[in-house]
Design a protein around this ligand. Structure first.
Ligand code: CU
Length: 113
């Protein structure tokens, strides 16, 4: 948590993570403004039903350019993605998942950059 003290007051990063999601928690370096241009969106994927689905979804999204982090939650059938909006958008993620037979039924912006 010590890195928090290095974020200047009023830095945009504070408004980025209203849900307490810290991308680089544990990283032994200060967050920069460049790294802060990360958007978080939740994708609802109703067809995921087991750990295998979870793995497929993670392996589909993770390699895409601009994807920073993929967190799959099976019980809520949601995929929380941290990404650089300059490199990839939600439509591209949805399309990649649809091609793997995991269509996205809804999306919810969690935090914009
Ligand atoms: Cu499955």
């Amino acid at each position: 948590m010590s890195f928090l003290t290095r974020i200047p007051p009023g830095c945009i990063i504070e408004s980025l993570y209203p849900l307490g999601v810290f991308l680089n928690s544990g990283a032994d370096r200060p967050l920069t403004h460049k790294e802060a241009t990360v958007t978080t969106t939740k994708l609802i994927v109703p067809d995921m039903s087991c750990a295998h689905c979870e793995l497929t979804i993670r392996e589909t999204l993770s390699p895409l350019a601009g994807i920073e982090q993929v967190t799959v939650d099976l019980p809520s059938k949601s995929v929380t993605v941290n990404y650089d909006p300059a490199q990839i958008d939600v439509d591209q993620m949805s399309q990649a998942l649809a091609e793997e037979s995991y269509p996205v039924s809804a999306t919810e912006l969690v935090a914009a950059s």
